[in-house]
Structure formats: C-alpha cells, structure tokens
Design a protein around this ligand. Sequence first.
Ligand code: 0RQ
Length: 497
Amino acid sequence: MTASEAAELIHDGDNIAIGGFTPNGDPKAVFRELSKRAVREHEAGHPFKVGIFSGASSCQSIEGDMALAHAIKFRAPFSTNKDFREHVNLEEIEYEDMHLGHMAERLRHGVYGTMDWLIIEASDIVEGTDECRLSLTSAGGIATTAARLARRIIIELNHFHSPLSRMLHDTFEPGECGFGRQPIPIIHVLDRIGKDYVSIDPKKIVCVVECNIPEEARQFKALTPTTEQMGNNVAEFLVADMKAGRIPPQFLPIQSGVGATGNAVLAAMGKNHHIPSFEVYSEVVQDAAIDLIERGLVKAASATAMTVTNEALHHVYDNIDFFAKHLVIRQSEIANSPEVIRRLGSIAINTAIECDIYGNENSSHICASRLMNGIGGSCDYERNGYVSIFTTPSTAKDGKISAIVPFCSHIDSTEHDVDVIVTEQGVADLRGKGPLHRAHEIIENCAHPDYRPLLREYLRIAEKGHTPHNLRAAFAMHDTFERKGDMRLTDFGEYIG
Ligand code: 0RQ
C-alpha cells in the first residue's frame, strides 16, 4: 500500500502505538499522510484526533505535525518537540508525562484501552505462516509488547536502514506480575536474553508500506565552554569518587540523558585520562557514545535507541560486525528496569531545568505551568542509580534565569533521589548531608555568583526548621522573572513586607 492509502485506514478516536524511541526508529511515511488527512477532515467539518503511544519522544512527522494539525487527543509518555509542547501548553492535548520504563507494563494492563494500531518501522521482514519476524531499525522502545497487543499492524519497510540492523537488537518481554515473574537475567551490560527480531502474528498485518526516508534526527548543539566545563566537572567528580573507593577501579556503567549536555558530558569523560575505559547502560546512545565505542574508550553499551545523526547511524551500519559486538539495543522496559539498573550499579547523569537549594529537581516545566519536554527515563535511572547526578548550566536565557532556586517550581526527582548536582560553577555532593548543609553546598558550589547573595538572603529570611523555607518568598525569583523578565531583580522585601 502507499502511505496515503494506509493513512485512510485510521479512524477518528483510534489509539496508535508506534515503534521507535526518540526521533530514531520511528515510522514516518504514514504519519506524514495522516497529519495531512487530519487537516482535510477538519476542513470538511469532521472530527479527527488519535491517541499516540510510544517508548519515548518521537519525531516531527509524528508528534510535531500531528499537533500542528490539532489531531492528537492523548499522548504518552515523553516528547521533545517544540510544536507538540506549544499545543500541550495551549491545553489542546492531554499529555501524560511518565516514566519510560513503565510504559509497556501500562499497555499490558490496559491503562490506555485497546491499541487499535501499531505502526512500526522495520528494516526487514521474514514471512512465515504462523509468525512474521520483523527486524527493528535504530530503536527498541515498546515494539515487542505493542506488537503483541495491537489489533492491527502497519509496517513501514524503510530501505534507508540496513537489514543488518537486526544484529544489534535483543527483544525480551518480562512475565506478568503475580504469576511468578522471573528476574530479568541481565548480569553484564552486553548480556543478550531475548531474540533479535519482533515476532508478529501475520493475521494482524494490514499492509506494508515501502519507503526510503532518513531519520529525522536532531543535530546536536556544538559544545560550548559551559557544557564542556560541566562535562569536566562530572568527570573529575567521578574520578575523585573512584579514588575514594566508592566507585570500583573497573568503573561502573554510565547512563547519560538526552540533549546537548548529555552528549557533552560523555565526550568529556572520554577525554579524562584518569577514567578507565567504561561501559554504558542507558536509554539512549548519542553520537559521542558511538565515537567512544569506536575508540575503545567505551567497551560495551546497552540502550533502547541510537539517538544519533544519520551520519553516525550509517557509520554503525557500515561497521555492523564491530558494533554488534559492543552495542545492544533493548526494549525500553528492560533498558529502564529498576532491577537491572540497580544490579549493574549504573551512574545516572541527567539534565535538569532547575534544582532547588535542598536538592529537589525539575526537568520538565518552566515556571511551574509550562511544559518543556518531560521526565523521559531520567527518574527511572536517578531513583535506582548507584550515584544519581543532575547537571545544569547555572543560568539560562543570558543570565536572566538562575537554575538554582529556593524551591523548584515543579518537582520531578525529589531531594531523596538526587545525590550530586553539577553546574559549570562546580559540584555539590549531597550524600550524607542534612538539608541546611546541602543548601550551603549547592549555593556556594553550583549557583552562579550573580545569584549567590539572593539565595543566601533567602536562607536568612526562611523560617527555622529542618528544611527552612519562607512560604511567601519561595517562588519570588520565578515570580520576578515572570513580571520583570530577570530573576536578578528579585526583592524578597516585596514578598515578606
Ligand atoms: O532553550 O532551546 O530556547 O535555547 O531549555 O536547554 O541548555 O540547550 O540543554 O538540550 O540539554 O535540554 C532539561 C530540557 C535541557 C533536557 C532539558 C531552556 C534553555 C534552552 C534547552 P532554547 P539546553 P538541553 C531522557 C532523560 C529531560 C530529563 C532527561 C530534557 C532549552 O535535558 O528534556 O534528561 N531533560 N531525561 O534556555 C527556562 C530554565 C531553563 C530554561 C534551560 N531554568 N528556565 N528555560 N532552559 N533551563 C532520556 C530519554 O528518555 C530518551
């Protein structure tokens, strides 16, 4: 079928599960037609909105164009798309921002109702009478579970990918809770415990759409002195922890989040001569990780997606025999499993929008109300990691916003799940410290010098207690930014009289 014929099969109100994870490995051809169809339906006065369920964020052709077409009724579990966020913040789309590691289980438990469709990208299909074996492309996501649960399946056979992509995959679905569920038997980063394909009931396959479409991968922002310094600070902190005997000499697997900062942190670790070659157990590998694998600085990597540029992806395909020995792509339920993260002792490194002086962290909302992206897999890793690190530049928007605030305007990882905060200014190690000790550490080591006097003043006006706060002034810096456009203009006197 053509992509537009396939798009005609979808009905208003349908729930669509998709393959892929981040902008990589997503089906693109049918959604490019579906968003056009939604516009036509709306012009003709017909309602047309669908639910979209995935492993993580997706690409412009899916959540961006469908949001612009006013065609998303519900979306979970993550997004990094500007158009999508705009329509969520207009209260047009219901979006559940949730842990990526829980998504497959929620689908199994029917939390989102029936999945009318799975639209999935493949690099190859091996047909059989009882089973079709589908080779995934650059991501694992929720493919195995969604293929089993969806009523009907559309496969995009995308020749942009190498059919050999299959060599990277390990698909495994855990048993059901309450029925003697077995442990997930991953002991080492590269352990393979499942199949290298997704098994599909041929009766469910409605059509195959052939295409040749590059990934809609983002280009990474170039390293800046700030991101490089944050990367160096993380690397030096980890070296000191290794010297102190808290991290064993063979090191522990690293998890590094999405975005420019995550990429910069990994690049800085690769440059630090005191860090031995290490392993990665993460939800995504970005370009920096691919480079480090090739240079032998990363010995083994496990992820649920290659969130890489098209150049890096083809480099992997061209050298698949090498990369298949060093990289495995899993289902997100396994990559983000608390059990496995805890067993391996992953060091979690994710990016915050803001942290407060007691260590609470916000990675999803701007000034409380407005969605940025979401939590993604950050809490899966931060809650269960061996050491839980959040990085953030100390300021945003040319210094008008401090990333260290008295109280986070939205909280994703609580102070109990945050061990270390790193900015370009320095490192606050919060382990073994009470709230006031933490506050001094964060203000003096991580806040930008422009904001340290304000944050010290906040502590002075806070009511005495275990975690001192002043309820009238806790959001004064945010409020001042909203009213005057610069947090540096905060006058706590205006709030406490
Ligand atoms: O805005 O794009 O207009 O310049 O946020 O910030 O500094 O470019 O950094 O690309 O690493 O993104 C937290 C959003 C950071 C990301 C976040 C503005 C800033 C800029 C982007 P512009 P940077 P990054 C998931 C793992 C989710 C949690 C996570 C993210 C834009 O890393 O989505 O890591 N994390 N999950 O100016 C107002 C502030 C701000 C601010 C930054 N305090 N107030 N704006 N910005 N701080 C992995 C998976 O699950 C796949």
